[in-house]
Design a protein around this ligand. Structure first.
Ligand SMILES: *Cc1c(COP(=O)(O)O)cnc(C)c1O
Length: 331
């Protein structure tokens, strides 16, 4: 799963690395993401999980494999495939087993299979997505989803001489329900070193570090304020470090006012005041530091999941929200 800029890490670099390590197939959310990979010379199959009808043409031009998830998609995609004079075009069927986000119902899915010979498609895989894989077992909701998928799998298999691939699990699913890996798994956040559970996280290594350097240090007197709308009033004479990164870079305002923190020379420095668009301020009164010293938001010892939690969010949102203004350096 290399959608959303490979979870913020940089789609093309990560995709190339994965391909060189032998992954069979990549997946993205939207056609534009797949096209970007094709333009970068990636040739492995690329699944597109959330295509829109108006992207079908782009999909075909870029040789991307759509997940079709709406009964209307089949006739529409059929038209586009025929327009391009193609046949046996690879597609995937997305089935809704309870997440109630996107997908054909199991009966719609079987209906498609009954008519599959009318379409110029090769159904490469049938899959569903679980909505609560990180929650402790036993878990009734997840069991119901798995049950529905198993039933669908059985009926679907009977419709083929050579059955397609079946897949169900995301990262936490691989850890929590390894017996349901079927033919493929769809690992996203796990490739970045997180698995939504402290025990599973221990088995992974975060791949990314986010750091910047101190732009300026201020000494403020007790009672003086820092930042927009006087977000922070110094309770005592204090030292403040200004960092050149802000909410336009993806460090959202909800990290402000003491929720977020960075690590400077091994010590924790809390955000003070409101996060600005391009900068934020941290308190370093008791930290021995100077201009240009590194400030680390997350790395292998200070996981992004901890910073995310401090800001009331999850690693996914923090990582994928990091904007392109942040330079990605691949080591
Ligand atoms: C994003 C996504 C995944 C990857 O989930 P992680 O929790 O990041 O491993 C898997 N399947 C689908 C359908 C997705 O959209």
């Amino acid at each position: 799963m290399v959608k959303a800029n490979a979870y913020g890490a940089g789609t093309v670099d990560i995709a190339k690395h994965l391909v060189s390590n032998g992954v069979d197939s990549l997946a993205v959310a939207y056609a534009s993401e797949g096209k970007q990979l094709r333009l970068a010379g990636i040739e492995v199959p690329i699944m597109v999980f959330y295509p829109q009808v108006d992207q079908f043409h782009t999909l075909i031009q870029a040789k991307l494999e759509p997940a079709l998830y709406h009964p209307d998609h089949f006739a529409r995609f059929d038209t586009e495939v025929k327009k391009a004079s193609l046949s046996s075009y690879p597609i995937h069927l997305k089935c809704n087993t309870g997440l109630n986000r996107i997908g054909l119902s199991p009966s719609e899915c079987l209906d498609v299979l009954t008519h599959k010979n009318n379409f110029p498609f090769e159904i490469k895989s049938i899959y569903s997505h679980l909505g609560a894989t990180e929650e402790a077992r036993p878990h009734k909701f997840t069991e119901n989803q798995i049950e529905r998928f198993l039933t669908l799998k059985e009926h679907a298999t009977a419709c083929f001489d050579t059955p397609p691939l079946f897949h169900l699990l995301n990262t936490s699913g691989v850890f929590n329900y390894p017996e349901y890996q079927f033919d493929m798994v769809r690992v996203g956040i796990g490739l970045n070193g997180y698995a939504n559970h402290p025990e599973w996280d221990k088995k992974l290594k975060p791949i990314a570090e986010l750091s910047t350097s101190i732009a300026q240090i201020h000494h403020v007197k007790k009672g003086e304020s820092v930042g927009y709308n006087q977000g922070w009033i110094a309770p005592k004479d204090s030292q403040i470090a200004v960092l050149p990164i802000g909410h336009a870079d993806g460090i959202a305002r909800h990290f402000g006012n003491g929720k977020g923190m960075v690590w400077i020379n091994g010590k924790k420095a809390p955000f003070v005041g409101n996060v600005c668009m391009d900068m934020l301020m941290v308190e370093v009164t008791d930290i021995d530091c100077k201009t240009n010293d590194r400030a680390v938001f997350f790395d292998t010892t200070h996981p992004a999941s901890s910073l995310a939690k401090a800001g009331g969010t999850i690693s996914y949102e923090l990582l994928t929200g990091l904007s392109n203004r942040i330079e990605r350096i691949v080591v």
